[in-house]
Design a protein around this ligand. Structure first.
Ligand code: G3I
Length: 302
């Protein structure tokens, strides 16, 4: 195949994806690139808790439906993002003080989302938990860890997602896992603990990879360390300050060289729509023209 996704799939990988939502799907030049180059979409914001359940029990799937429907009609997979995250979390959730209520609320939220999109798309990936670690590998302080008194909310969330869609592939996801560092090792310990109970709850580990220029030296070691869990590894939100060809090539080679690395998702297409637009981190410029780094990636996939 041609395009990033076609070439990546020809190497035995599942997909090259991109973040999107209605704001970017409605830009024709952006949509054309997604159609030609991309195999899966991650909702950049529309599936987050503040978008989907801003008040308790009252679900709004408008934005996420638009993303999922666009993906379905254009033959793209969808990667869910994100079911449990301390950020973009409505205050009605962060102010819950007791474990019984929070358990019910997590279960209901996940059941709503996973139930709505269950079986709609072959290979739906449901990203379940995001950014629950500190840099030192300890569990981040959040309403979830505070109310549960530790990490047991992870089991609650993954069990709820598994029950709502038994065929979904469930990931845990975090940032700054860009070398084999303490945070990465904390995540690996938790994954092994949660899956060690006899039932596999976590199917994959996601590394966001919001990288600095020249920040790719530890990436291959990091991907290999995540792969040592025995689970699938996904690069879930790739962008690199300055978008140097050698940095992008290093990430692509690291994934190609690790059989358990199944996918790469760019955190957008054009620099103009990036959350870090001022650092020009993506593969297409502000006029939707491919940059040198795009050509370098294509060469690395040849
Ligand atoms: O939708 C409102 C709009 O109604 C309002 O007028 C406008 C005014 O500020 O804000 C709009 O919401 C913004 C939203 O993006 C949609 O554009 C938020 O302010 C803004 O904070 C939000 O930023 C997103 C950010 O997550 C929030 O944490 C970025 O687009 C998104 O790229 C970014 O993505 C995260 C991943 O989900 C998790 N990993 C890190 C990554 C980068 O921060």
């Amino acid at each position: 195949g041609s395009g990033l996704n076609g070439k990546f799939v020809a190497k035995g990988k599942k997909f090259w994806g991109s973040a999107a939502d209605s704001n970017t799907l409605n830009i024709a030049s952006n949509a054309n690139i997604l159609k030609a180059e991309i195999g899966a979409l991650t909702p950049e914001n529309s599936m987050k808790w503040d978008s989907t359940e801003s008040s308790r029990g009252s679900f709004n799937y408008g934005g996420s439906d638009a993303l999922v429907n666009w993906a379905t009609s254009n033959g793209k997979l969808v990667r869910g993002h994100t079911f449990v995250w301390h950020s973009q979390l409505p205050s009605w959730v962060s102010s819950i003080g007791d474990r019984t209520t929070l358990t019910t609320v997590i279960q209901n939220h996940i059941n709503g989302l996973a139930g709505r999109y269950k079986g709609k798309i072959y290979g739906t990936l449901l990203l379940s938990i995001n950014e629950m670690f500190n840099e030192d590998g300890a569990i981040r302080s959040s309403v979830f860890s505070n109310v549960f008194g530790g990490d047991s909310f992870v089991n609650v969330a993954f069990q709820a997602a598994r029950a709502a869609d038994p065929n979904a592939i469930l990931y845990i996801n975090d940032y700054n896992l860009d070398s084999n560092n303490a945070k990465l090792q904390g995540l690996v310990r938790l994954v092994n603990k949660v899956n060690g109970g006899g039932t596999r709850l976590i199917d994959g580990v996601g590394t966001q990879m919001h990288l600095q220029q020249g920040g790719t030296g530890g990436v291959a070691a990091a991907i290999n360390a995540l792969a040592a869990t025995g689970l699938d590894v996904a690069v879930t939100e790739l962008d690199i300050v300055g978008a140097q060809s050698n940095d992008y090539t290093a990430v692509v080679r690291a994934c190609l060289n690790q059989p358990r690395c199944v996918s790469i998702t760019s955190w957008g297409i054009s620099d103009t729509n990036s959350w870090r637009a001022s650092s020009s981190p993506l593969l297409w410029d502000t006029s939707y023209r491919p940059k040198a780094a795009y050509n370098a990636v294509i060469s690395a996939l040849a």
